[in-house]
Design a protein around this ligand. Sequence first.
Ligand code: FPP
Length: 245
Amino acid sequence: MAHRLDPLKLPAHIAIIMDGNGRWAARRHLPRVQGHQAGVDAVRDAVEACARMGISVLTLYAFSTENWKRPQLEVTTLMRLLKRYLKQERHTLVEHHIRFRMIGRHEGLPADIRAELASAERETADAAGMQFNIALNYSGRAEIVDAARRAVALGLGADALDEQRFGSLLYTAGQPDPDLLIRTSGEMRVSNFLLWQIAYAEIHVTDVLWPDFRCRHLLEAVLDYQQRERRYGGIKQPARRRRSP
Ligand code: FPP
């Protein structure tokens, strides 16, 4: 399938709503947390596949501000999995020149998770390869509110604010907006994810549950994206062309 990809029409930024871990586990009569555990392998696959493909930015939605309402065991398991992932994958990220960044609110996260995130960010800060964002304790509306608060704190008046300046106050400042938003498990929702940034994203929804999502599904999504006509509210335009990485 990879040979069908047009390297000049790759999405610069892919954002993924990883959904279906619970259903994956339920279908196997396993506890939900096993679904999250299996989901970590899919995370590894997606990061590797995107880096190999030459994607500039990958953003994965790992934990929303609403996810704190889940049972305590599930929340602590998710935090534990994330911490373990960051510890175990650190060398792979460094080796592949992947720059890691957490996007979301730091307040409310356990101290050990914050420390792990900070050290992964620090160690990969100078990497010149793919930007890898994990959205954690994230809410698109909260991100917009945080940007508005920063604008106020910076003393920016109405005249100084336009879309570009406002975008530079978001967690994703300096990064291109997602061209492709993928959601697994068939749900047709954006779930408060990157609300500002997905204004013109192409959306690909697959029935595949996140723990089953593999490189071939990612290729399918990118091929689907490459068939789309991007119009940005105007008239017919081919999918964005950019230089080969
Ligand atoms: C949605 O499935 C998935 C999540 C809320 C968490 C995603 C987390 C991981 C894949 C593992 C840890 C992440 C990293 C980055 C190492 P769901 O539980 O809502 O599934 P359901 O809709 O079938 O119940």
